[in-house]
Write a new protein. Structure first.
Length: 265
């Protein structure tokens, strides 16, 4: 099983770890592309601060992120599991996973990034600000830039198993599974069910969508579940107590969407 996660805007800072070593990151086939984006981002943020803020879409309050990006090559690096601190990662709680679950997380989870393409949880990277929707002056839109490099490495990383795609739209556009890989891919939509005047009403969950997905990943890791198909994933989630609804895609070569229905957030 390969689990694809979005990054978070919230990131830990500080520490005294060694600086970034691109050659040590997972998916070494992405090294050249990472070098390209890193070089341009550092150059951009080492020059005109206002231009850098405009390109990166940063508010006045986030002005300090420009200087942070300029120092990426010298800044202390942290494991991605410690760096990302958003809602999904808080719910995943990588630091409190059991030892077997942590090992499974290191083997199966990939975090997508506008700067790095995709990294494993054990990969050491510095705190940065560069979303997947950024359009760099030289490299162009990062979503489009990463498609070819990611297509060259991710089908091999996926192997013959399930791909659980929990990415948000900006990062899902960086790589779209195709063919047989797509048929083994499952996405998850979280729906909240409420009964109003005796009638069930459902709505798409927004903020707590991330928390639910984090809890799902944690539960799968702790259980040691290794589903090989969307159907097996649905059964695994039901065994974990989730209400799951799904149906096979109308066309071959398409991912399967699973709806996880919750009553409490």
């Amino acid at each position: 099983m390969l689990v694809l996660l979005p990054p978070s805007e919230g990131k830990a800072t500080g520490g005294e770890g060694a600086p970034l070593d691109l050659s040590s990151l997972s998916l070494p086939g992405l090294t050249a592309a990472r070098e390209t984006v890193l070089d341009e981002l550092v150059s951009l943020c080492s020059g005109d601060e206002e231009k850098a803020r405009e390109v990166l879409g940063l508010s006045e309050g986030l002005r300090g992120e420009v200087a942070k990006n300029a120092a990426l090559r010298e800044a202390p690096a942290l494991p991605a599991a410690e760096l990302y601190t958003g809602v999904l990662y808080d719910a995943l709680g990588a630091a409190s996973l059991s030892a077997p679950a942590r090992a499974r997380a290191a083997d199966t989870l990939l975090v997508f990034s506008g700067l790095w393409g995709a990294v494993g949880l054990a990969d050491r990277i510095p705190s940065y600000r560069c979303s997947g929707g950024v359009k760099l002056p030289g490299t162009g839109g990062l979503g489009a830039f990463w498609r070819k490099p990611l297509e060259s490495v991710l089908p091999g990383a996926a192997g013959d198993g399930l791909v659980l795609d929990l990415r948000s739209t900006a990062y899902a556009n960086m790589w779209k599974p195709k063919g047989a890989v797509a048929e083994r891919t499952a996405t998850v939509r979280v729906l909240q069910s409420k009964t109003v005047d005796g009638v069930e009403k459902r709505s798409v969950v927004s903020h707590f969508n991330k928390a639910t997905k984090g809890r799902i990943v944690r539960a799968l890791l702790e259980e040691g579940a290794r589903p090989d198909s969307p159907a097996e994933l649905a059964e695994a989630l039901r065994d974990l107590g989730y209400a799951v609804e799904w149906e096979a895609p109308a066309k071959a070569g398409k991912p399967t969407q699973l709806d996880v229905v919750v009553t409490e957030l």
